[in-house]
Design a protein around this ligand. Structure first.
Ligand code: ATP
Length: 354
């Protein structure tokens, strides 16, 4: 029943802080994704839990027991890397049984466990095939059960889909998730691809500069981002500097917006709205007049760039194929869809846009 707990975990390399103050609890049988831009500390955090890097502060517990002094091979963690790491000269069942034989288990026991594992992932009829005869998804499942046969119940996936064709990637994500559910595994998946993270995770850990910016379900981090950084990193957002102009009113440039949150006492406000929440519509409030400066046809939707008095808004919709560059339009920002973040002085620094 593997659960993982981090208590104020950090790793310093001289002056470089790779990870700082990371605290979280990954529950048994949970699929959790570590998401963040390059250099934010994902790999360092993963390797500390695996035991490949020692934290310079804090504690790591697996099933309630501190493992800081436990060597990696005794932490019962399986890895899935991009290249599946199957032995090319061994067939499927030899690959799965390898760890058991290496540990000194009998041939009979090894073949029983191997058969059981292959049946688990619906690949028993492939037992005598060589890895190269299997699809990428099948190889990934074999790699998974090979670690399972060796006793692992916690799995780390480090960018397992990034080298794949997107359509194969989607199928593979689904297969890994399905297998993890069926076998009640705890999975920690590292990626910088938010589509990967959204589609498979029970919870997402969004990292920023070595720290944890937010932990939540895909819906939590999408609909209720804790900061502009998370709103920017998960999905897309338009950002507008604003000041309070009443309990539920914001002033941004010369525009007044009604918002559903109470903003009267807030300072240094950033208002944010998702491109897909903005509508081409004229209403009595929250409506801006502007012109389309550019558009990108994306297939399922079209992205319009709308200039409203010097502010450029991105609007995503499939509903207005009639609109073209140069058209005058009105855009409506629904009050419930305007997210409000106080205390942000430097938006570029907050978003890590350089
Ligand atoms: P990527 O997505 O590019 O793999 P990441 O989020 O996994 O990035 P890490 O590899 O964990 O990030 O690195 C976090 C920070 O710590 C970076 O600034 C990196 O340069 C630094 N760092 C990592 N390992 C070392 C090391 N051995 N010595 C010095 N600095 C390091």
């Amino acid at each position: 029943m593997p659960s993982i707990e981090l208590r104020g975990v950090g790793r310093q390399y001289g002056d470089v802080t790779a990870v700082k103050g990371a605290s979280l609890h990954i529950k048994d049988n949970e699929y959790v994704t570590l998401l963040g831009p390059s250099g934010c500390g994902k790999t360092t955090l993963l390797r500390m839990i695996a035991g490949l890097i020692r934290p310079t502060e804090g504690d790591i517990l697996i099933d309630g027991v501190s493992v800081v002094d436990v060597p990696p091979e005794d932490r019962n963690i399986g890895y899935l890397f991009q290249n599946y790491a199957l032995f090319p000269h061994m067939n499927v069942s030899e690959n799965v049984g390898y760890g058991l034989l290496a540990r000194g288990e009998s041939k009979g026991h090894t073949s029983r466990v191997t058969e059981e594992m292959l049946r688990f992932v619906d690949l028993l009829e492939w037992a005598k095939f060589m890895p190269r005869q299997l699809s990428g998804g099948m190889q990934q499942r074999i790699s998974l059960v090979r670690s399972l046969a060796a006793g692992c119940r916690t799995f780390f996936l480090d960018e397992p889909m990034s080298s794949l064709d997107p359509k194969i990637g989607i199928k593979l994500r689904y297969e890994i998730k399905k297998t993890a559910r069926r076998l009640k595994l705890t999975v920690l998946h590292v990626t910088h691809d938010q589509a990967d993270a959204m589609s498979v995770s029970d919870r997402i850990i969004v990292m920023k500069r070595g720290g944890i910016a937010q932990v939540g379900t895909p819906r939590d981090v999408y609909y209720s981002p804790a900061s502009p950084y998370v709103a920017h990193f998960i999905g897309e957002s338009n950002f507008i500097h604003a000041t309070p102009a009443g309990e539920n009113m914001l002033l941004a440039g010369s525009y007044l917006f009604r918002v559903s949150e109470s903003v009267g006492s807030m300072q240094d406000i950033i208002a944010a709205i998702r491109p897909e929440r903005i509508r081409f519509e004229r209403r009595l409030e929250n409506t801006l007049d502007g012109a389309i400066t550019d558009l990108d046809f994306l297939g399922p939707t079209t992205r319009f760039w709308v200039d409203v008095g010097g502010l450029s808004l991105s609007v995503l919709t499939a509903k207005r194929p009639d609109l073209v560059k140069g058209d005058n339009v009105s855009v409506y920002l629904p009050p419930d869809d305007i997210m409000v973040f106080p205390g942000v002085r430097d938006l570029k620094d907050e978003l890590q846009v350089f």
